[in-house]
Design a protein around this ligand. Sequence first.
Ligand SMILES: Nc1ncnc2c1ncn2[C@@H]1O[C@H](COP(=O)(O)OP(=O)(O)OP(=O)(O)O)[C@@H](O)[C@H]1O
Ligand SMILES: [Mg+2]
Length: 463
Amino acid sequence: MPKKILLVDDEPRILSLLHSVLRVEGVESVSAKDGPTAVALLRQQKFDLLITDIRMSPMDGMELFRVARAESPDLPVILLTAYGSVETAIEAMKKGAFDYLTKPFKVDELILTVRRALEYSEIKAERDELRETLVTQCKFDVVVAESQPMKRVCEQVRRVAPTDATVLLTGESGTGKEVLARAIHNNSRRRDKPWIAVNCAALPEALLESEMFGYVKGSFTGANTDRKGLFEAADGGTLFLDEISSMPISLQGKLLRVLQEREMRPVGGTATIAVNVRVLAASNVNLEEKVKEGSFRQDLYYRLAVIAIDIAPLRDRTEDVLPLVQFFLRKETPAGTACPRISREAADAMMRCPWPGNVRELENAIKHAMAFVQSDEITLETLPTRVAAYALPETSEATDATGAAPDAIEQYRNVSLRAFLRQKEKEYLEQVIARAHGDKEKAAKTLQISLATLYRKMPTEEK
Ligand SMILES: Nc1ncnc2c1ncn2[C@@H]1O[C@H](COP(=O)(O)OP(=O)(O)OP(=O)(O)O)[C@@H](O)[C@H]1O
Ligand SMILES: [Mg+2]
């Protein structure tokens, strides 16, 4: 949309000068010869910028500035001052005016200030738009979904949430399976009842069984009293079984029974207990393959996958990248302080990055940037090296005569060979793990190293 500026000055000569300079710049402007006319125009039309003289009558520029702020608080205002009124202009800036120009001003200076002000109003508008999308999504948890695949996922979630159906969420590590599972719970009739999440990979078989199903006194050494399991604790609510592929085959039968019969028996118990729990499950490995391999029961798979929701990796939905960046920036910015901007180079690098750790990795990258940011801008330097490495090569200086991208010597200036190799190794590991859909054992096989070595070499946040 073309930008529109409101110009206010009681000197027709200045108005016509401003008007013609701005027209050359491709900006539309509307002139007003005094404050009251300007106020009337502000109420009728939408402007992107107000430029006003200070000394005018009957209403001076400061008064007009106050009215404009009250009417449209986001409208940037540039004040024109003669020598005598610079202090007034500075006063106005303290109250939120965008900038001021001292008459007689240079055309370049005017253009530059106008451009900055318009850019500012654009960023503000974008931010508001984003806030609006977030607010609409808030009703349905904070799930950033700008891309088509993610919008479809949200639509599926919205539809299944009110039912009691078992849902299987699949997707690479960090794609948002747990966030969406919670959204299902929070949008279901069970929302005021417990939400319990169990990571099936975190506990050894015996412990997982007693955790989930509970036990009766004396059923094993140390079972001094009866203990309720998570199925009972989640009564009326939702039980989220994360990393379901790691559930030992012996427990899979027991889970299947719960899903089919809606009842279970605690460890060591004889009586069955009725279960009223909705089960949601998640997996970052391909369960069908596990079924083929024989490590996952086919009947349980079908039972869980009554409704299957697959979340695409972030690299296949780049439209979500910048909205997520904005979302995490806002989340990380202390209340009452302004959100940092993102430099074009940093935004490009983030758009190009394949994000093997998906949204979680992006969230960590923003936390990293916020820890290193010095000014009000997230720059390439503040991003983790592996993300910044995806920056577009700088034109002219950074490309060599053949137009090729900068070589390793340029990119890793002053970096030791050891550090360089470590970085490359890390990137390769991440790619292999991502390609194995997060299955570390498979990744270790591809890499022809032991699982223990893989873990040792992995960056801590991804273990
Ligand atoms: N669409 C989204 N909008 C907002 N935040 C998101 C979104 N997707 C993921 N996140 C955030 O990214 C992080 C990782 O998400 P989550 O824990 O749900 O991933 P996951 O798929 O369960 O990963 P894993 O398989 O490793 O357990 C969380 O902090 C979550 O809040
Ligand atoms: Mg998870």
